[in-house]
Ligand binder design. Structure first.
Ligand code: ADP
Ligand code: MG
Length: 356
């Protein structure tokens, strides 16, 4: 059992509230991700779990046991540091064995654990090679194996793959996700990359200035962001957020950019949020013929292969729409834009989400 619980944990550095009254419960075997901008408190939370910092207030439990006064060694939580580089002069096998040899683990036990982790990572056949003879992806797997060969209660990773190039990052995060599932270990993972957080995590905690703003499964947070802050943080292109006003048909953007015939729209909505993929774009001529779309001018078109980002000038606003494939849309064309009421997000005075 290695669930990890924070109860109202606060950590200050001088006047800085690095972690502000944080409460969460990471389940045993869960892939739990902290996501937030730089300086939002992600690394401090990991250091608190590890025991490198003590909280000013609140309680931390690992596997049901309070650990506030326990040393890092007693907590038996492993931090996988940013640098996953291998020792170039050692074989892959010696790299993987290294943490156990260093801890003077018995040879029989080393053999058993290395065989176990090698099987799970599918690296048995390359263990005799030096890192120089491995592909980039193979090197990453060996590096991960070396990190996982200890048998701790939980693993912590602080932005472990941010230094890799984009392609290797994509490969490695898939490996990490599969490995975590197969090992069945609790993993707390920190990233500042929204796509990485969405793709790997069972659940994500969103941080802002040391405060946890929302916790949930990636799809849940994406579909029901609790605030404009969270809504802007997840999704690319970012959610369009417009000042809202009441119209005859329901709600509309204050400047008439878009109209939503939503009788159920909350009356206290101050802003409306529209995901780029939820904005429908049609040729204006067809829509002018009695459709409900509002006119917009195509400002710029970015074809990205499988989909296309269209920036629209509508009223006073710039909106981004995400369209599938490579539609025949040119800059300066007039189009009609609309959005299904069910896809609209409503936000109140302080940016909090409102129920429909
Ligand atoms: P993140 O990992 O999200 O970038 P950190 O946890 O490193 O954020 O930092 C959170 C806040 O605490 C920041 O304002 C940072 O400047 C401050 N902080 C972190 N570590 C220290 C420290 N050792 N001394 C003073 N301030 C710190
Ligand atoms: Mg950090």
């Amino acid at each position: 059992m290695a669930d990890i619980v924070f109860r109202n944990v606060t950590k200050r550095y001088g006047k800085t509230l690095a972690v502000d009254d944080a409460s969460f419960a990471v389940n045993d075997n869960e892939f739990f991700c902290f996501f937030g901008p730089p300086l939002s408190g992600k690394s401090t939370i990991l250091r608190l779990v590890l025991g490198l910092e003590t909280p000013d207030a609140g309680e931390i439990l690992i596997g049901g046991r309070p650990v506030n006064t326990m040393s890092p060694a007693e907590r038996n939580v492993a931090m996988v540091f940013q640098n996953l580089a291998l020792f170039p002069h050692m074989s892959a096998l010696d790299n993987v064995r290294f943490p156990l040899v260093e801890r003077r683990v018995a040879e029989v036990e080393i053999k058993r654990r290395v065989a176990d982790v090698a099987a799970k990572l599918h690296i048995g056949h390359i263990l005799h090679k030096p890192p120089g003879q491995l592909s980039g992806g193979e090197r990453q797997r060996v590096a991960i194996a070396r990190a996982l060969v200890r048998d701790p209660n939980a693993y912590l990773m602080d932005d472990p793959i941010s230094a890799l190039d984009a392609r290797l990052r994509e490969e490695t995060r898939v490996e990490l996700k599969r490995i975590q599932r197969e090992l069945g270990k609790t993993l707390i993972y920190v990233t500042h990359d929204q796509e990485e957080a969405m793709s790997v995590a069972d659940r994500i905690a969103i941080l802002e200035d040391g405060r946890i703003r929302q916790i949930g499964a990636p799809a849940e947070i994406y579909d029901r962001p609790a605030s404009t802050y969270v809504a802007r943080l997840l999704g690319s292109p970012m959610m369009n957020i417009l000042k809202s006003a009441r119209g005859e048909a329901g709600v509309e953007a204050a400047d008439g950019t878009i109209r939503i015939a939503d009788k159920a729209a909350p009356t206290d909505a101050v802003e409306i949020g529209l995901r780029p993929e939820d904005i429908k774009v049609r040729p204006w001529l067809i829509e002018a013929d009695g459709g409900s779309g509002r006119p917009a001018r195509v400002f710029e078109v970015e074809p990205l292969g499988g989909y296309t980002v269209v920036t629209l000038a509508a009223g006073q606003a710039r909106l981004k729409a995400l369209l599938r494939g490579q539609p025949d849309i040119r800059p300066d064309a007039m189009v009609a834009i609309s959005c299904e009421p069910a896809r609209v997000h409503y936000f109140g005075q302080s940016g909090g989400a409102l129920a429909r």
